[in-house]
Design a protein around this ligand. Structure first.
Ligand SMILES: [Zn+2]
Length: 249
C-alpha cells in the first residue's frame, strides 16, 4: 500500500446493501439513524416514538400553507450557551390538527432574528407569536415589541427558566398528540434527503427522532413553545371531526 496516497473511493456500507435498499431504509428515520448511521438512540430512549405516525409521504409544507389556516409561531432564542435560534410555525386545521407550515433555524444576529420572524409572519395568517424568554433574551423580546414591526402586539414571552416540570409535562404531551395522529407532518420536505442534510426540515425530523440524544434541540423547543401557544389561544373546533387523514382537496 502506498502510504500517503489518497484512498480509492469506496462505499461506506457493505456492498450487500444496494442503493435501492439503502434508499428504502432511509424512508424509516429510526431504522436509518440507528441501523445505518449508528446513532445511539434506542427505542426505549426515544421521547417521540410516534413521530413517524404523523409523517405524510410526499406532502409539502406549501400545500399545507396554501390552506391559509390560523398559524401560531414559537421562537426558541439563542442563549448564553447556545448559538442557535429556531422559528416554528404551526397551522391548525378545522379539526385542530397541528400542521407545521414553516421552520427556520440559524445562528442569527438580533436584527436577522427579527427579519426572519417578519418574513414568517408575512407568509402566513399568524395569530400569536410566543418567544422563549429566560431573562437573557428579554432585551430581544422588548426590542421586538417596541420595534416598528406590525406584529409587535402578537408577541408573548414564554419563560422556561429552570422549570423542568414544564418540559416534563409538555414534551410527553407532544408524544400523545403524535400517537393520536394529531399532527400532519409534510414528509416531502425531508424524504430522500441525504443522511447528512442540514436543512431546516431534516433538523426538525432528526431532532424529534433522536431527542434527547441529538446534537441540537432548538427545533423541538420551538415546536413545544409553538404548540403551547396554539393550545392556549386556538379557537374552539367549529366543525365535526372528519377523520385523521388529510385530504388534499
Ligand atoms: Zn434536508
Amino acid at each position: 500500500m502506498n502510504v500517503g496516497q489518497p484512498l480509492p473511493p469506496c462505499p461506506i456500507w457493505d456492498l450487500k446493501h444496494s442503493e435501492a435498499k439503502l434508499r428504502e431504509a432511509q424512508t424509516d428515520p429510526f431504522t436509518w439513524s440507528h441501523g445505518y448511521r449508528l446513532e445511539s438512540v434506542t427505542p426505549g430512549e426515544r421521547k417521540f416514538p410516534s413521530f413517524e405516525k404523523c409523517v405524510q409521504t410526499g406532502l409539502m409544507a406549501a400545500e399545507l400553507a396554501a390552506r391559509r389556516m390560523p398559524v401560531y409561531v414559537g421562537v426558541d432564542l439563542a442563549g448564553k450557551k447556545r448559538k442557535g435560534n429556531a422559528i416554528f410555525a404551526l397551522g391548525l386545521d378545522a379539526n385542530l390538527r397541528r400542521c407545521p407550515v414553516e421552520i427556520r433555524c440559524g445562528a442569527w444576529s438580533s436584527p436577522d432574528t427579527v427579519r426572519n420572524l417578519a418574513e414568517v409572519v408575512a407568509n402566513h395568517d399568524v395569530r400569536f407569536i410566543q418567544v422563549e424568554n429566560n431573562g437573557y433574551q428579554q432585551a430581544l423580546v422588548d426590542w421586538i415589541k417596541e420595534s416598528k414591526q406590525d406584529f409587535w402586539m402578537k408577541v408573548e414571552s414564554f419563560t422556561t427558566g429552570s422549570n423542568k416540570t414544564d418540559l416534563d409535562v409538555g414534551l410527553p404531551a407532544l408524544e400523545v398528540e403524535f400517537y393520536n395522529e394529531g399532527w400532519i407532518i409534510p414528509g416531502g420536505e425531508f424524504e430522500g434527503h441525504p443522511p447528512a442534510c442540514a436543512c431546516d426540515w431534516c433538523r426538525f425530523r432528526d431532532e424529534f427522532v433522536n431527542y434527547p440524544k441529538g446534537t441540537s434541540t432548538d427545533v423541538v423547543m420551538a415546536a413545544w413553545i409553538c404548540r403551547d401557544a396554539a393550545s392556549k389561544w386556538a379557537p374552539k373546533r367549529s366543525t365535526p371531526f372528519k377523520g385523521r387523514n388529510f385530504s388534499r382537496r
